[in-house]
Design a protein around this ligand. Structure first.
Ligand code: NCD
Length: 317
């Protein structure tokens, strides 16, 4: 059986650079469209033709497992021709600038460019130079919009709603584009967001985002419906942000004892990749309250929805 897409939702913009600037209706429209792709992805026949003829290029300047592979699967399931640029062996290694690489690729007429880059703002810069749609797959510590959308979809499917829920985001907020995109999205959908982190891992001025802040896991997890753990991003740290991994785990690592501070039916999330024994214990990561594997499944559906909703707005659609 082939499930036809009922939703005719179109993203009336050329690029998806962040959650910031998306309206409530755009976020809900993307989540509703994603639901249809969750159903499709559980079938044997997962192939559709809505992106047939389109070329999608994935440009990942930072390592990635789930984001890159799910964007690749998403494009292929919708019928696009998908190319993964091997950035490490590209001409950028020979000193070509990002813009020259972008212009070179642009000359090949890609319809969609998916980019991850270590510099905040690099994806927006690309979007100003090319003719197709650009999707942000993570730029520095700025935004990671499809991660926040897949997190929201996972929460909505398990809790039935997002409005009114208390979501505790814990750990390395400072270096996390996942935290930033999630804070904006969860606030837009009416959740109550709490940040739990040591002072060294909280960005200055973060309280302006309308969040509660605490440095104590007991206080931060009290009454939480969702506990979202973040990876300690040691590759982005220059200097000492935590005394030691052991001490970090003792105060901020999620284990069964700390999870008991949250609501009894609280659910645990992590964007991956996880550092077991650093920010999360295996008993919790693999336990009955964990949604971590479901997040990965939702990632493919959300990326299909984003590709489909943007492509409906491309010329000649
Ligand atoms: C996140 C990222 O790259 O921002 N991972 C992901 O996309 N699943 C989080 C992280 O690297 O810790």
């Amino acid at each position: 059986m082939n499930i036809a897409t009922k939703s005719s939702f179109v993203l009336n913009r050329r690029h998806l650079l962040g959650i910031e600037g998306l309206s409530f209706d755009e976020i809900v429209g993307l989540l509703d469209l994603s639901e249809e792709f969750v159903a499709l992805n559980r079938q044997v026949e997962k192939k559709r033709t809505s992106l047939r003829g389109r070329t999608q290029i994935n440009l990942f300047f930072e390592s990635s497992t789930r984001t890159q592979s799910s964007f690749e699967l998403a494009g292929k399931r919708l019928g696009a021709d998908v190319m993964n640029m091997a950035v490490n062996s590209s001409a950028m290694k020979k000193g070509e600038t990002l813009i020259d690489t972008a212009m070179t690729l642009n000359a090949m007429h890609p319809d969609i460019l998916v980019m991850r880059h270590h510099a905040s703002g690099a994806v927006e810069l690309l979007s100003q130079k090319v003719d197709g749609s650009v999707i942000n797959a993570g730029d520095g510590a700025h935004e990671h919009p499809t991660q926040a959308l897949l997190d929201a979809l996972t929460i909505r499917r398990n809790k039935g709603r997002i409005e009114g829920l208390t979501v505790a985001i814990c750990g390395d907020i400072l270096h996390s584009r996942v935290a930033r995109s999630n804070i904006i999205l969860l606030n837009a959908l009416g959740a109550r967001v709490r940040l739990v982190a040591p002072s060294t891992l909280l960005p200055a001025g973060i309280e302006r985002f309308g969040v509660e802040i605490t440095r104590d896991m007991r206080e931060g997890l009290a009454g939480a419906d969702i506990v979202m753990m973040l990876r300690l991003q040691r590759e982005r740290m220059n200097g000492s942000f935590v005394p030691s991994v052991q001490e970090y785990f003792a105060y901020f690592g999620l284990d069964t004892r700390k999870l008991a501070f949250a609501k009894p039916d609280a659910l645990v999330m992590h964007p991956g990749p996880m550092n077991r024994g650093v920010e999360i214990d295996s008993t919790v990561a693999d336990g009955a309250q964990s949604l971590i594997r479901e997040q990965v499944e939702m990632g493919v559906a959300v990326r299909m929805a984003v590709l489909e909703a943007l492509s409906r707005n491309l010329p000649n659609a």
